[in-house]
Design a protein around this ligand. Structure first.
Ligand SMILES: Nc1ncnc2c1ncn2[C@@H]1O[C@H](COP(=O)(O)OP(=O)(O)OP(=O)(O)O)[C@@H](O)[C@H]1O
Ligand SMILES: [Mg+2]
Length: 264
């Protein structure tokens, strides 16, 4: 039989350098904004290749948790380790760590005055010091991977919301992150564009990307999550497989929350 060429791993995850420890380890995380205590002793451990969906009511701290994980916010207490490395306080090591933790936001945050291709190559050339030609080739492969290769030379405003969000995912992947965080990546999209973005996320999950996804898309949670984490009032109150969680949430708060979102 002729040898088959393995599918290229376009996300090219570096994977964990130490498979015996979690890719993300959050312990006793505390965060306040002035008098408002937003994260209250949050513990979360995510294994390499695991997909964790975070759900919970508005204001429960989901975005703040994501922002602490890539240090857009500085936690007040507790610890965060990515692949066994504590989050550095600042400087070059912090830039390197940010590159290890990719983030995709609700609003796509693409640079409007740069082409899609430039948006995807900018991080690797500036932060990872990847040669331009190499970054370009990888970027084109990633744009193809998310289904918008033909949009490489367009500007973000010339793309639909779903296409922009897929460009944002390609941009995050271009840094070859160890972990990808998604904060409500489909909630700003018109309904008909939600699936094209979720499909890309499902395929990343299937390829083994380590992902933490804040979303109310329960279909995605059922299809792709290894674990669902329910937050309320700054705490993780429940954590389980999607089957366990959706069939029989243990806490009243989770039951109440699910009954509200599943009605829509
Ligand atoms: N920069 C900030 N300054 C002051 N308060 C903040 C700041 N960011 C968040 N908060 C407060 O922290 C709490 C948690 O906010 P966060 O955005 O993490 O919630 P969330 O679970 O992501 O909610 P949503 O589902 O609405 O996105 C809220 O009470 C919010 O008002
Ligand atoms: Mg939020």
């Amino acid at each position: 039989m002729a040898p088959t060429t393995p599918a290229p791993d376009l996300a090219n995850r570096p994977g964990s350098t130490r498979p015996d420890r979690p890719m993300v380890a959050v312990r006793g995380l505390q965060k306040s904004f002035g008098p408002v205590h937003v994260l209250k002793d949050v513990d979360l451990s995510v294994s390499t290749g695991e997909v964790v969906v975070v759900i919970g009511p508005s204001g429960s701290g989901k975005s703040t948790l994501c922002r602490c994980l890539n240090r857009l916010e500085v936690a007040d207490g507790g610890s965060i380790e990515i692949d066994g490395e504590p989050l550095p306080a600042e400087g070059r090591r912090l830039a390197g760590l940010r590159a290890d933790v990719g983030m995709v936001f609700q609003s796509f945050n693409l640079f409007g005055h740069r082409t899609v291709l430039d948006n995807v190559t900018l991080g690797p050339t500036k932060v990872r010091r990847t040669p331009k030609a190499v970054a370009r080739e990888h970027a084109l492969a990633l744009l193809d991977r998310v289904g918008i290769a033909d949009k490489a030379d367009r500007y973000p405003a010339q793309l639909s919301g779903g296409q922009q969000q897929r460009a944002a995912i390609a941009r995050a992947l271009a840094m070859r992150p160890k972990v990808l965080l998604f904060d409500e990546p489909t909630s700003a999209l018109d309904p008909e564009m939600v699936n094209e973005v979720l499909d890309v996320m499902v395929s990343l999950a299937a390829e083994g990307m380590t992902m933490i996804v804040v979303t109310h898309e329960m279909g995605f949670a059922r299809r792709a999550a290894d674990r669902v984490v329910f937050m309320d009032d700054g705490r993780i109150v429940e954590s389980g497989t999607p089957d366990e969680f959706f069939a029989a949430p243990r806490t009243e708060r989770a039951r109440d929350f699910l009954s509200k979102i599943l009605q829509h």
